[in-house]
Design a protein around this ligand. Structure first.
Ligand SMILES: [Zn+2]
Length: 219
């Protein structure tokens, strides 16, 4: 998969230049599309959005997903307080190139150490990865909608099998022992693959990895 950086596939706030195809009428009538969604980066396929229920052609499907309302998932924002740095810059975005050529599999929401991590939706813990990065751990959650979320660079008391509900406090952001910075590193998987979320390819992750950039706009 080619490297995707912030800015790839982004449409700007000028719908008149977009080829909406045969679904233009329905799309323009949707009241919930917000300009803020214009910065969402979605990789590739229709399956990138598990809750999508559109019936248009594959070409139009990509456009529709890229312009989905920021909170079309009805997820909760995953921190008890807002992030303090723009996740679209500074190598914090999905697809940012790391020193070893690996691509950043998640998005980093910078926040003080000790900030509570909040479950975005209902699900179950399927793994707890000790030593995920520089002394921090990761909680891996299978959501009831089929998607999987990695809440990384945190500490949690929850372990595999634990049920969680939307809005529940599921862990705490801690400082890593590399740079000393603290953030929620969050990864999103559509659920179209199974098994460990870790894998090969440019991201060193499972094949159903998708952009988590929409998460920054959740409320
Ligand atoms: Zn990260």
């Amino acid at each position: 998969m080619a490297a995707r950086k912030h800015g790839d596939g982004v449409w700007v706030n000028n719908p008149s230049t977009i080829d909406w195809g045969p679904t233009k009428g329905a799309l323009m009538a949707m009241p919930t599309i917000k300009p803020v969604a214009a910065t969402i980066v979605v990789i590739g396929t229709a399956s990138a959005d598990p809750v999508s229920n559109h019936t248009s052609s594959p070409t139009n499907e990509s456009s529709i997903i890229a312009s989905s309302p920021a909170n079309s998932h009805d997820y909760a924002y995953p921190l008890a307080s807002r992030h303090t740095a723009d996740p679209n810059t500074g190598g914090r975005y999905f697809g940012a190139v790391r020193s070893n050529g690996r691509l950043h599999a998640g998005m980093d929401l910078i926040t003080p150490s000790g900030t509570s991590v909040i479950a975005m939706t209902d699900g179950n813990v399927i793994d707890y990865n000790v030593g995920f990065y520089a002394g921090t751990d990761a909680l891996i959650v299978q959501n009831n909608d089929g998607s999987v979320v990695v809440y990384g660079e945190i500490r949690s008391d929850l372990r595999s099998g634990a049920p969680i509900v939307r809005g529940q406090r599921i862990g705490t952001v801690i400082s890593n022992n590399s740079s000393g910075s603290s953030m929620l590193h969050i990864e999103y998987y559509t659920g179209s693959a199974s098994g460990s979320v870790f894998g090969g390819g440019d991201y060193k992750r499972r094949s159903d990895l998708a952009s988590p950039m929409f998460i920054q706009y959740l409320e």
